[in-house]
Design a binder for this molecule. Structure first.
Ligand SMILES: [Zn+2]
Ligand SMILES: [Zn+2]
Length: 358
């Protein structure tokens, strides 16, 4: 089968023929219908996440069970959304209601299958979903209703869970609270959508790229602001001089975390959703931390339990209650995935989704 493979740090990904093993006990073979391209895929290519290579990219997808290994309970033909952090249900975090911090979370890359030349192959986060097929443990496949728009169901598993969870589970945004969202990729737009569903107001969307304005307003923002020196002032003007109740940082850089900190009112909360680099240091004064009385915390995978929340979001999508249209910039065939990765790296659009013929 064909998959999007990166051969080494900083190399250009290309579509290759690869071989996966047959599903073993407790495993499923899933035929992919649609797979999103996430910023973390760029972090796999540039080596930030330090995976092993050659590596199949992709960790956000929907598909259909094509073959069920011994001991599995999902029937062939079941539509599923993939989960890149399946909970073991046995470790300390799982037993204490924090399955998103499961100690058994997969490494950036996991060995699975081989290249056409017989070299050992790695897959991203135990999935490798930018491929015609994946072989995964059953608990990495969450059953969903049939008939969902594949390009919207695909983004449920990473961008939407992360963004919606950050608002609902981590920050617990209440109706009438003010929100700022910094960085409007797929996750940032999902945060806007969730903030609107939570009844937040105003919802201030912030990005360096003016072209994100229309996307932001379509996703749920009440206002779009350019990220520049005047940002703090512009935000205070819209919040009676206080700053927002909640700022969401969806970039993963110290500079934008600091901007989120400054955008927040005394006693407000900064939620860091973006994943940054280990050498990018953030400096805050001890007096500022005390006097501002702000909370700074991160949201890992939306502080969510995908087994519960993916089906919920899928039902909302099926009922027309959740519109993920603004998140999906377009669909491309697998052959055009390398070009879509480049567009993502340039900040063009939100989510590009690779779709596969039936
Ligand atoms: Zn992702
Ligand atoms: Zn666990």
């Amino acid at each position: 089968m064909r998959a999007l493979v990166v051969r080494g740090r900083g190399e250009t990904p290309a579509v290759e023929d690869v071989r996966l093993p047959a599903p073993g006990p407790g495993e499923l073979r899933v035929r992919i219908r649609a797979a999103g391209i996430c910023h973390s895929d760029l972090a796999m290519v540039d080596g930030t996440l330090a995976p092993a290579y050659p590596l199949v990219l992709g960790h956000e997808a929907t598909g259909v069970v094509a073959e069920a290994g011994p001991g599995t309970t999902l029937a062939v033909g079941t539509p599923v959304v993939l989960n890149w952090a399946p909970a073991c249900r046995e470790c300390w975090h799982c037993r204490h209601g924090e399955p998103w911090l499961c100690a058994a979370n997969p490494n950036p890359s996991t060995p699975r299958g081989e290249t056409a030349a017989g070299e050992p192959l790695q897959v991203t986060l135990g999935l490798g979903a930018l491929a015609e097929e994946v072989v995964v443990p059953q608990h990495a496949a969450v059953p969903v209703p049939a008939g969902l728009p594949p390009e919207q169901a695909a983004v449920l598993g990473c961008a939407v869970l992360t963004g919606v969870g950050a608002v609902r589970n981590t920050a617990r945004v209440a109706p009438g609270e003010s929100v700022a969202v910094i960085g409007l990729g797929g996750v940032g737009l999902a945060v806007l959508t969730a903030a609107r569903r939570a009844g937040a107001a105003p919802i201030l969307a912030v990005d360096v790229v003016e072209a994100k304005r229309e996307l932001a307003l379509a996703a749920g923002a009440t206002d779009f602001l350019r990220s520049d020196d005047r940002l703090g002032k512009e935000i205070r003007v819209r919040t009676d001089g206080r700053g927002v109740d909640h700022a969401f940082e969806c970039v993963g850089r110290s500079a934008t975390i600091r901007a989120a900190w400054r955008a927040t009112r005394r006693g407000g909360a900064v939620t860091v959703v973006g994943m940054g680099g280990k050498d990018d240091m953030l400096s805050l004064s001890a007096l500022d931390i005390f006097h501002s009385a702000r909370t700074l915390r991160s949201s890992v995978y939306g502080s969510t339990d995908p087994d519960r929340e993916v089906p919920e979001l899928a039902e909302a999508l099926a009922a027309g209650d959740l519109d993920l249209g603004p998140l999906v910039s377009g669909t491309v065939p697998l052959a055009e995935a390398p070009a879509a990765l480049e567009r993502l790296a340039r900040g063009e659009g939100a989510r590009w989704v690779v779709t596969f013929p039936d």
